[in-house]
Design a protein around this ligand. Structure first.
Ligand code: PLP
Length: 455
């Protein structure tokens, strides 16, 4: 039987010997060992040596309700005992998946009423690529295949997910996969605004989509995909003019609009979905992470009625995963949605902890000589590190500023993330005011140390 009690060194040795980590340099695992996290409660995790660490990343942007909620483990245990598995292939269904689809229909925009299930955000986006191309194919518009995405987008790690993403290091790994995906520039005003107001830049950045459609020919373009607020690319919250213009362009050229809600969904931006915060009317909404607060792997794809109607007329749908709509994962997702609803977490992000979090971070922009801007909305934020606030000169890779700052925080008991020259934060939605204060206190000291290092 599995024995969770081992000395940290023993875990690290075993880990280095047998485990290939995600997004990690294996030589670091061999030389330094991994961080062994064994327990969590609220917004805090504990390592194998009993050290307490405040998790200002909610795991990987996912533990929206915080750790340790018995309602979810109870829901899992009850469903596991009743029906641990059944699938949704060949005309089958189980009550948790039906109930979850119906609940999601009540939370998403009125036009989204059907949901396909998957196990991860990557799989959800893979499914969308197939469904979106099928949508056009069924209407005889077989050349509408290219999907337009953005630089620094993150849409997953499968072959299609990484192609949809716009991360150079992800593309480099499999030799620049295309999968009929092209990219336009992401709308980061602070770095690329070049004398334009935020709103002017938002229009300009959105019109890059129009230029790309005209270059490719609208008859060849299937869809545009974007995170309402780009998360893993550095929490890029677009100017308010951006999404309405993207919407206009998609409509004008008959292009499907995919709003990737994997991070933005389930309250993180202060609405149930980022699309509601930013006024987007998507044709597809992939969602994962906050759907179960990460307690079990589950993802869903919201489908606009106009797309569903065409797909339904197309007959047999040759798509699905063994675990699509897994009953235990769906039961856990339902318990998670109950908590978000009953505890008013969406309104809490919008009216209380979100504004408090942003105001606290804004003070760091004022007090630190190396923070050029604070980005974000709700409970997702980034601090842009710069060497010079006037020129907006960025630290270089060899300056190692954000990684130094992140590691300083970790050693002081705080988890944040480094994305390029930015520090990224995405705490659980239950984060307390005291936890925000503690975060800003540690981060402030880490920024001071980083500033000293940058000289
Ligand atoms: N889409 C977005 C916006 C994401 O942030 C992520 C993961 O971070 C994904 C898709 C992929 O999700 P998963 O890691 O569950 O495959």
């Amino acid at each position: 039987m599995f024995n969770p009690q081992k000395a940290t060194g023993e875990w690290q040795t075993l880990d280095a010997r047998h485990h290939l980590h995600s997004f990690t340099d294996p030589t670091l695992i061999e030389s330094e060992g991994s961080r062994i996290i064994v327990r969590a409660e609220g917004s805090t995790v504990w390592d194998n040596d009993g050290r307490e660490i405040l998790d200002c990343m909610a795991g990987l942007w996912c533990v929206n309700i915080g750790y340790g909620r018995r309602e979810l483990s109870d829901a899992a245990a009850a469903q596991m005992a009743l029906l641990p598995y059944y699938n949704n292939h060949f005309q089958s269904a189980s009550p948790p998946m039906i109930e979850l689809a119906a609940r999601l229909a009540g939370l998403t925009p009125d036009t989204i009423n059907h949901f396909a299930f998957a196990n991860s955000g990557s799989e959800a986006n893979d499914a969308i690529a197939r469904l979106a191309r099928q949508f056009w194919q069924l209407q005889g518009r077989v050349t509408k295949r290219t999907i337009i995405s953005r630089t620094m987008a993150y849409h997953g790690s499968t072959v299609m997910g990484s192609a949809l993403g716009g991360m150079p290091h992800m593309h480099a790994m499999d030799g620049g996969v295309s999968n009929e995906v092209v990219h336009i520039a992401h709308p980061h005003w602070y770095l690329y605004g070049e004398g334009l107001s935020r709103d002017e830049f938002g229009l300009k950045a959105a019109r890059a989509l129009e230029d790309k459609i005209l270059e490719l020919g609208a008859e060849n373009v299937c869809a545009f995909i974007g995170e309402p607020v780009q998360g893993a690319g550095g929490v890029i919250d677009p100017p308010s003019t951006y999404w309405p213009e993207i919407q206009r362009i998609c409509k004008q050229y008959d292009i499907l609009l995919i709003a990737d809600e994997v991070i933005c969904g389930f309250g993180r931006t202060g609405s149930w979905f980022g699309s509601q915060t930013l006024g987007i009317q998507p044709d597809f909404m992939p969602m994962a992470k906050g759907l179960s607060s990460g307690y079990l792997p589950v993802a869903a794809v919201g489908i606009h009625d106009r797309v569903y109607n065409v797909l339904a007329d197309g007959g047999h749908l040759a798509h699905g995963y063994t675990y699509s709509g897994h009953p235990v994962a769906c039961a856990v997702a339902l318990a998670n949605i109950d908590i978000i609803e009953n505890e008013g977490l969406v309104a809490r992000v919008r009216d209380d902890i979100g504004p408090y979090f942003m105001a606290a971070l804004d003070k760091l922009v004022d007090s630190s000589p190396i923070v050029g801007e604070r980005r974000g909305i709700g409970m997702m934020a980034a601090l842009q590190l710069v060497k010079n606030k006037d020129t907006r000169e960025l630290p270089t890779l060899t300056d190692n500023a954000s990684i130094f700052c992140r590691d300083y925080c970790y050693n002081e008991g705080l988890i944040v993330r480094a994305v390029g020259p930015s520090i990224v934060l995405s705490p659980p939605l239950i984060y307390t005011h005291a936890e925000v204060d503690q975060t800003v206190d540690i981060l402030g000291r880490a920024l001071d140390a980083t500033a000293k290092k940058l000289g």
